[in-house]
Design a protein. Structure first.
Lengths: 273, 277
């Protein structure tokens, strides 16, 4: 089981050419001195952020910290000057709500906007990867929350994005489904090798998944934690130390023991891998 | 039927079963056909005994005979075809006009600025009030009848479709854009299917409006159609023919409703309400 903190390059099918490994590759995402304001209030202030190709970055922050604004900017949903924000052209978003077109069958949702030959075949492959081969022709209204979100993942991945943007995609799911989705996301990330930006308010989710966790506070990156624990990650002492530091950055010094207990109780049992 | 209501009935059924096997009230309470049949019977008896003279209202039996007669001699089928054609042509023109205007106004701000104000100004005017003007402009032939239906139908289609286009879930629009849809692709894949439920609501209204206007418009100096049949019957006090024509109008209304329901089942098959069924 080859699972180190950094995703092993041997596993990734789309890897950088060997000679490029010697020098630092250009970042996949580069945000430089970007400020975004709505009226008088700046939501993002002089933001600087690089994301390396294939890097998994989690963005933590309270409501109103600007994390969704940053994601929307990187997704191209909000305008940004090209000299301040550069992203790969191939990018895809998974939103908190699945946002499947209710009038399109699942496979057509996955293939939304694709042109060319054998779109259905591609959609079948993508849905197979997320374990939804049996729901190809289902209507979105008949999917469970987890299934809908997996379809949304398939819709993002079928575009072979170089940047995958996840906007609290598991927040509305129950705890067990969320754990399965975490495993799925890691599997897909290893297979497709996109840079990932995960916006979340779940500290444990961030530590479980990401190479690097950023804490956003009032439009600024207030803290950064590089997580080098090997995956799959158990809630061991090192994990808890990172959690304590991140909660401290988030301003939660003495967090509710019940909340903490719930967070810990539903840690994935990853020894099954 | 609510569950509580159902339970009450079942309880009554048990009580009835204990008291005696003769009368079963719950069963009787389910017989919705009973009162219409009773009324028909009363009407028939009253007609036969002369309480209701036939120049006031023909007996149900006479209506059935007249219906058979009018069908056999071809008067009713011919009239029906003429009236149906008026309704169909009027609907086709009106639905097309309403759809085109709603697309123009719904899909572009400029379109809305140009199209919406005049339509909102005309909208409060009851379409039938334009009848005299239409007769002056278009004469008394088929044209003013069809024009009135078309105009009447345009509004429910326009208003409902315009509103539906503007209320398509913005989150879905954003998702569509984020996956590379724009312009025509976005309209075809997101806007129009999203607006379809609203359009069908408009179509439902349009069909009843078209029938309403047809009834009034085709009594203007008609020389063919159901309106002509009714006008003639009125002149000769043939209440049986009038009732037959009313029946046919009612059937047209029912048919229109069935048509929209069939369309909804087909076009909105993705809706949870239809998926459960």
């Amino acid at each position: 089981m080859l699972q180190t903190a950094r995703r092993p390059t041997a596993v990734s099918p789309v890897s950088t050419p060997p000679r490029a490994a010697a020098m630092t590759p250009p970042p996949s995402v580069r945000v430089k001195g970007f400020t975004r304001s709505f009226g008088a209030t700046s939501v993002l202030k002089d933001m600087n952020l690089d994301i390396q190709p294939g890097e998994f970055v989690a963005l933590l922050g309270a409501s109103g910290s600007g994390k969704t604004t940053l994601l929307r900017t990187l997704a191209g949903l909000d305008p940004a000057p090209v000299d301040q924000v550069s992203t790969p052209a191939a990018r895809a978003v998974v939103f908190q709500d699945p946002r499947l077109m209710p009038w399109k069958r699942v496979w057509r949702n996955v293939a939304l906007g694709l042109k060319g030959r054998d779109i259905r075949g591609k959609a079948e492959d993508a849905l197979g990867e997320v374990g939804l081969s049996h729901r190809l022709d289902a209507w979105p209204a008949t999917l469970s929350g987890g299934e809908a979100q997996r379809a949304a993942l398939a819709r993002a991945l079928i575009r072979e994005p170089k940047l995958l943007l996840l906007d609290e995609p598991f927040a509305a799911l129950d705890a067990l489904t969320r754990i399965r989705m975490h495993e799925l996301v890691l599997k897909l990330w290893r297979a497709h090798d996109p840079a990932v930006l995960l916006v979340t308010h779940d500290v444990d989710e961030a530590i479980t998944l990401a190479d690097r966790v950023l804490v956003l506070d009032q439009g600024r990156i207030a803290a950064e934690e590089v997580v080098t624990l090997p995956r799959p990650r158990d809630v061991d002492d090192a994990f808890q130390a990172i959690r304590r530091r991140l909660l401290g950055h988030l301003g939660v010094t003495s967090h509710d023991p019940a909340v903490a207990a719930e967070l810990i109780a539903f840690r994935p049992r990853q020894d099954a891998h | 039927m609510s569950l509580a209501y159902h339970d009450r009935l079942t309880d009554k059924a048990k009580v009835g079963a204990k008291a005696g096997p003769k009368l079963s009230w719950p069963k009787l309470a389910d017989q919705r056909w009973l009162s219409p049949v009773l009324l028909l019977a009363i009407w028939e008896v009253a007609s036969l005994t002369g309480v209701i003279p036939s120049r006031i209202l023909a007996a149900p039996s006479a209506v059935v005979q007249t219906l058979a007669h009018l069908v056999v001699n071809g008067d009713l089928p011919n009239a029906l075809i003429v009236s149906l054609a008026r309704m169909a042509v009027g609907l086709a023109i009106g639905v097309t006009t309403g759809t085109v205007l709603a697309l123009a106004a719904g899909l572009s701000k400029l379109g809305e600025t140009l199209v919406d104000p005049p339509l909102q100004i005309i909208r409060p005017l009851p379409t039938l009030a334009l009848t005299p003007l239409f007769i002056v402009w278009l004469g008394i032939g088929e044209t003013p009848k069809i024009a009135l239906i078309s105009l009447g139908v345009t509004f429910p289609i326009y208003l409902n479709l315009f509103n539906a286009i503007r209320s398509v879930d913005p989150r879905l629009m954003e998702a569509g854009r984020s996956f590379g849809l724009s312009g025509w692709d976005l309209i075809v894949n997101v806007v129009l299917p999203g607006a379809m439920p609203g359009f069908l609501v408009g179509l439902r209204y349009a069909l009843s409006v078209s029938l309403l206007i047809l009834v009034v418009a085709e009594q203007i100096n008609a020389s063919a159609g159901l309106g002509y049949l009714i006008n003639n019957a009125r002149d000769f006090m043939q209440t049986d023919v009038i009732v037959v024509c009313l029946l046919v109008y009612a059937l047209l209304g029912l048919g229109a409703d069935l048509l929209v329901r069939a369309l909804e089942r087909r076009l909105l098959v993705w809706r949870p309400a239809f998926l459960k069924a």
